[in-house]
Design a protein around this ligand. Sequence first.
Ligand code: AMP
Length: 172
Amino acid sequence: MKHPLENFIRDVPDFPKQGILFKDITTLWENPYAFKQAIEALYDPVQDLNIDKVVGIESRGFIFGSVLAERLSAGFVPARKPGKLPSQTIAEHYALEYGTDSLEIHQDAIKKGEKVLIHDDLLATGGTAKAACKLIEKSGGQIIMISFFLELTFLKGREKLANYNMNSIIKY
Ligand code: AMP
């Protein structure tokens, strides 16, 4: 059955390159009703997990991620593209369709044993989220849940994250 919030997501063909159907959630963010409903849906399954830190993945993972952190009375940690964070960082490289990319967090952002929720807007192949998992594990954090708003199931990112608890609200 179609999720009611799907109506607020805009499909943009051939962005950022030919052949990609981009799921644009700015059209959901700009609607106050849909924004609130999306937060409720993301918050509900994680509210009782005693999360210490929410790690949001640059940049669309920052929007819901920071609101979730506030709702959970948790801290917020940005996982950023290389060279953006000002202090000492740890980095993790990962493969893209063509070439590689990397993610960084501040080395002191997550304390040993802290319970972490990772959030990104969309799960595609899972490479990005897997890199975020490695950063948290290097820091000694405990990954309690990985939360996505959208999941492109045909790209099988879930298989790459099989060792973790994960949740997504809308599946395509
Ligand atoms: P992946 O590492 O393949 O799981 O890619 C996930 C990252 O790429 C997320 O941060 C998404 O925001 C972005 N992404 C990948 N594919 C799409 C898509 N079709 N529409 C919107 N964002 C996408």
